[in-house]
Design a protein around this ligand. Sequence first.
Ligand SMILES: NC(=O)c1ccc[n+]([C@@H]2O[C@H](COP(=O)([O-])OP(=O)(O)OC[C@H]3O[C@@H](n4cnc5c(N)ncnc54)[C@H](OP(=O)(O)O)[C@@H]3O)[C@@H](O)[C@H]2O)c1
Length: 233
Amino acid sequence: METHNKIALVTGGNRGIGFAIAQGLLSHNFDVIITSRTLAEAQQAAQKLSGKVIPLELDVRNDRSIEQAIQTLTVHNIDYLDVLINNAGVYPDNNVNIVTVGREVLETAMQINTYGVIRMVQACLPLLEKSQDGRIINLSSGMGKLDGLTTTAPGYCLSKLALNGATILLSQSLEPKGIAVNAMGPGWVKTDMGGDAAPRSPAQGADTAIWLATEAPSSETGKFWRDRKAVPF
Ligand SMILES: NC(=O)c1ccc[n+]([C@@H]2O[C@H](COP(=O)([O-])OP(=O)(O)OC[C@H]3O[C@@H](n4cnc5c(N)ncnc54)[C@H](OP(=O)(O)O)[C@@H]3O)[C@@H](O)[C@H]2O)c1
């Protein structure tokens, strides 16, 4: 009987935690689609990975870009998706707090960290529905948990708080289709976003997302995970 590798799409898979997630999934014999906002950066990252990797251009802020990325998958003969990892994200808060932040920063955070995820799920749904074990993993943050909100990162915190809410809603909608939807926090990770002082490596930050994509029971849905354990939102 012909067997097929599982296929995962990792947004923002060209660097940081997303790149480490792609590496981990390849070592679990997945075929992996990695995206970046420029095709050149996705291609450069793909060259550093071994296994079947498809580089794609994608800006999750832009519906047309999402549509084009999904259409490009058909060119690569991809007609199903087992795992969607919504990893792409931004931390736009710079020297602001909740009483000084402008609309633009709030808008940027929400557009990319929250609405981008919702639109990606909607766009990938027809492909995920063809999987026997569809899974969606949203890279959230401890700063989006109710006990982790902090006034100096209002855009980031509120966008991840809303992402956690979207995770709950999506899990409710997609449970009847057998698709699990979970959020996870990677901890403070040494990346372009996390900075050099962060204690965790990208591989450590990626671990729970890889586990949710591979070994976690598929009955687990609608939860927030940290270090492979469910914790309160
Ligand atoms: N690092 C931490 O300490 C930490 C802690 C908690 C949660 N997280 C979360 O983990 C995820 C990954 O973070 P990271 O530290 O690896 O960040 P990073 O190193 O800054 O990488 C961010 C990734 O997101 C992509 N991206 C940004 N805006 C995008 C857009 N509009 N459309 C598509 N892709 C976009 C970037 O692609 P380009 O290269 O094209 O810009 C890049 O691949 C994020 O969701 C973040 O919020 C990180």
